[in-house]
Design a protein around this ligand. Structure first.
Ligand code: HEM
Length: 242
C-alpha cells in the first residue's frame, strides 16, 4: 500500500509542542556544541541584500543560555509525557524490557510490526536522550573553566567539586553525541530502508495510517502553553533564587 492509497489517511501523531520541542532541542544542542568548542567573542559584520549587519556576542554567555533552554525543554517534555497528546505520553511509547527485546528480535528478522508513534527501541532512545540532555545541561550549571567563566550554581559547591563536575560535563557530551548518532542512524534506517517519512512527520505532525485505525486528537494548545511557561518559570527560579 502507498501513502496515496485510498485506504490510508493522515493521522495526527506529533503535536505542535513535540515538534517545537524537538527542533529547538536539536538546535540548542548544536549551538551548545559549537559555542562550547569555540568560546571567545564573535564580532562580525555581514552584508546581506545590501544591508550591513553586525553580530557581536560573548559566545560562552550564549552557550549558557543554550543550556538553560535545554533544561526548560526537557522539563517541559517530562510534563508533556504525562499530560500531552496521546503519542507524546510515556505510557504510549515506553515498553517493558521484554517487549523491547521481542521487538528487536522481530526487527532483526525483518518482521517488526509498524508503530505510528515511537517504536519500543525508539521509546527507550527518547528517554536516554532526555536523560543525557538534562545531565549535560545540569552539570553545566555547576561547571567552571578555572579562568573566565563559571556556571550560575558553581558557587554552591566547592571549587574542587566544580572542577570534577566540569570533567563530567565534558565526557557526558561525548556520550550524548554517540546517543544522537544512534538516534540519527535509527531515523535514517526507517527513512531510507523502510520508506517511512519520519522527518516529514516531525515537521508537519501527521503520519499515514489505515483509515479505520483509531485517531487521537492533539491535546489542547493552552495546556501546552501553560506547561511551557511553568517549565520556563522553574528554570528561571532555579537560576535566580538559589
Ligand atoms: C538533523 C537532526 C535530527 C533529525 C533529522 C531528527 C529526527 C527525528 C525524528 C524523525 C524523530 C521521530 C522519530 C519517530 O518517529 O519515532 C525524532 C525524535 C526525537 N529526537 Fe531527533 N532528530 C535530529 C536531531 C536530534 C537531536 C540533536 C536530539 C537531541 C537530543 C534529538 C532528540 C530527539 C528526541 C528526544 C526525540 C523524541 C521526540 C519526542 O517524542 O518528544 N534529535 N527525531
Amino acid at each position: 500500500m502507498t501513502e496515496h492509497s485510498a485506504k490510508l489517511e493522515r493521522k495526527p501523531v506529533w503535536d505542535i509542542y513535540v515538534r517545537l520541542f524537538h527542533w529547538t532541542l536539536a538546535a540548542s544542542i548544536l549551538f551548545a556544541w559549537w559555542s562550547g568548542t569555540t568560546g571567545g567573542y564573535v564580532n562580525e559584520t555581514f552584508s546581506l541584500l545590501g544591508l550591513s549587519l553586525s553580530l557581536k556576542f560573548d559566545v560562552m554567555t550564549w552557550h549558557m543560555y543554550a543550556g538553560y533552554t535545554v533544561l526548560a525543554l526537557v522539563l517541559f517534555r517530562l510534563m508533556w509525557g504525562f499530560a500531552g497528546s496521546y503519542y507524546a505520553r510515556f505510557t504510549q511509547f515506553v515498553y517493558s524490557p521484554s517487549a523491547t527485546l521481542r521487538y528487536t528480535g522481530q526487527m532483526l528478522t525483518g518482521k517488526a510490526p509498524h508503530h505510528l508513534g515511537h517504536n519500543p527501541l525508539g521509546g527507550w532512545m527518547v528517554l536516554l536522550l532526555l536523560l543525557l540532555a538534562a545531565a549535560q545541561a545540569g552539570t553545566g550549571l555547576f561547571a567552571n573553566d578555572e579562568v573566565f567563566i563559571e556556571g550560575p550554581l558553581a558557587s554552591l559547591v566547592s571549587s574542587s567539586m566544580s572542577v570534577e563536575i566540569t570533567r563530567w560535563h565534558r565526557w557526558l557530551f561525548d556520550i550524548l553525541l554517540i546517543a544522537i548518532g544512534l538516534h540519527l542512524l535509527g531515523v535514517i534506517y526507517h527513512q531510507l530502508f523502510k520508506r517511512e517519512k519520519l522527518v516529514q512527520a516531525m515537521l508537519h505532525g501527521r503520519k499515514p495510517a489505515a483509515a479505520d485505525a483509531p485517531s487521537y486528537p492533539f491535546a489542547p494548545f493552552l495546556r501546552g502553553l501553560l506547561l511551557a511557561l511553568v517549565a520556563a518559570a522553574i528554570v528561571w527560579s532555579l537560576l535566580n533564587l538559589l
